[in-house]
Design a protein around this ligand. Structure first.
Ligand code: CMC
Length: 429
């Protein structure tokens, strides 16, 4: 007989099935809770709520483990390319040589956005944040594939996924060029995914950008480390939108919006802004850390803390090492790296951070790598979005292929005004 969990409410006992995942994660299936008891489960911020069963990514936050489709992130970061990882996440297997070539060709054939989309870039003010442009343009790109809006089919999904992965990079580079008043640079089919992005960002019509292989590899690795992270805020948003059967491009555009905030993907920009402010003020980090601990103006040590990791974020470990290696090899001396390392040392030895189990997360050192490559600050979260696209797509697919899946629709505990009467305007004060 399967194991049951008991809940007692008002002297009555109810039973709910235990469920376990493949890594022995435990849960209680309360899908019949309201029907049986009249109560809902209240869980602000969903910290204890499993919103789905998923076979894509596994995290053990206590042990600092992250795996895509069962493969440790450390191995993927060292051995795989971003395109391989994208295939793994979406297709649920590592591609063989033929599959990888086919998928890469599909990306190349779909990397250009429709020429008519270029006029949309003109409509944005030069002050527009690239995340706003990215979200709007992904949704706009979907309009060029009307078949998307009407149906979902497993057969056409690979091509839609390839379009999105290839075009998000083109849109991102075009929005950067536009924001700087620079001419748009088209992709070159013989460049690989990440090199092509750098080419579209930094080449000029009269001169190709000279690429450093180490910089390309570091950026490719940043994409890999960001590719998925189970039910985080933006991925949950994508799944939420997908559950209404909105199309893939619309769901991904919503994911971009959720990612933008400084508590989520926007933290990589916020970390550098924080380090720059500390640098400009001449503080060695001590005054800033005191302000954080005293919650002065709601200050937080950006790039620290995580809902799931209560140990060192495995992505941060890899990024920190890459950051040190890259800066040394490119002969870049960035004073912000010294400040970041000092803040990390202080935090890891400070009871405030120790008691709360706050460690560096993926965003703490990634910005310093991007600065060294020459990527401008306002593009950092866009880089996160390019990397996260395969994860969003894999999650979208999981939702759409679950034939028993229901629309996501949480409940609430209402705490507003009780039944009241409508007061005519003349009687209102
Ligand atoms: N600096 C100082 N204090 C912090 C920090 C921080 N970065 N993060 C959490 N705390 C404190 C918080 O004040 C609270 O203290 P207390 O219990 O005394 O009230 C305690 O730690 C728990 O924090 P929480 O806000 O309840 O934790 P959460 O799981 O809701 O939030 C988080 C997670 C990532 C939003 C938060 O740690 C944070 O704001 N970090 C800074 C922003 C950041 O780096 N975000 C990137 C996250 S990783 C990449 C991604 O997901 O995009």
């Amino acid at each position: 007989m399967s194991k049951m969990a008991k809940i007692d409410i008002d002297g009555k006992s109810y039973e709910f099935p235990y469920i376990t995942g493949t890594e022995n994660e435990k849960g209680i299936d309360i899908s019949t809770l309201r029907a049986k008891t009249g109560c809902i489960a209240y869980d602000e911020g969903y910290a204890n709520t499993g919103s789905c069963k998923s076979a894509i990514t596994y995290i053990d936050g206590e042990k600092g483990i992250l795996r895509y489709r069962g493969i440790p992130i450390e191995e993927l970061a060292e051995k795989a390319s971003f395109v391989e990882v994208a295939y793994l996440l979406i297709m649920n297997k590592l591609p063989n040589g033929t599959e990888l070539r086919r998928f890469s060709d599909l990306l190349t054939r779909n990397e250009m956005i429709h020429e008519d989309m270029k006029v949309h870039f003109e409509g944005f003010p030069s002050t527009a944040h690239p995340m706003a442009i990215l979200s709007a343009m992904i949704n706009a790109a979907g309009c060029f594939y009307p078949e998307l809006v009407h149906s979902y089919s497993e057969e056409s999904f690979e091509i839609q996924a390839a379009r999105l992965i290839a075009q998000v990079r083109t849109i991102a580079a075009f929005s950067y060029r536009k924001s700087r008043g620079l001419p748009i640079i088209y992709p070159k089919p013989f460049y690989r995914y990440t090199a092509n992005f750098l080419h579209m960002m930094f080449s000029e019509p009269y001169q190709d950008y000279e690429m450093d292989p180490e910089a390309i590899r570091a950026l490719d690795m940043i994409f890999i480390l960001h590719a998925d992270h189970e039910q985080n805020c933006s991925t949950s948003t994508v799944r939420m939108v997908a559950s209404s059967h909105a199309n893939l491009f619309a769901s991904a555009a919503a994911g971009v919006c959720a990612l933008w905030g400084p508590r989520h993907g926007g933290a990589n920009q916020a970390v550098i802004e924080m380090l720059q402010n500390i640098y400009k003020s001449g503080d060695d980090g001590t005054a800033f850390m005191e302000a954080v601990k005293n919650r002065q103006e709601g200050k937080r040590l950006m790039g620290f803390g995580h809902r799931v990791y209560k140990n060192y974020d495995p992505r941060a470990k890899i990024i920190k090492q890459t950051c040190n290696d890259l800066l040394r090899n490119l002969h870049v001396d960035d004073p912000l790296l010294d400040i970041a390392q000092r803040l990390e040392d202080k935090a890891l030895n400070d009871p405030y951070f120790i008691e709360r189990k706050l460690y560096p997360n993926v965003d703490f050192y990634s910005g310093i790598i991007m600065r060294a490559i020459g990527i401008p600050l306002e593009m950092f979260t866009v880089i996160f979005a390019i990397g996260r696209m395969p994860g969003w797509i894999a999650n979208y697919k999981e939702v759409r292929e679950d034939l028993k899946g229901r629309i996501y629709r949480p409940r609430q505990i209402y705490v507003g005004s009780p039944l009241s009467e409508y007061t005519p305007i003349k009687d209102r004060n």
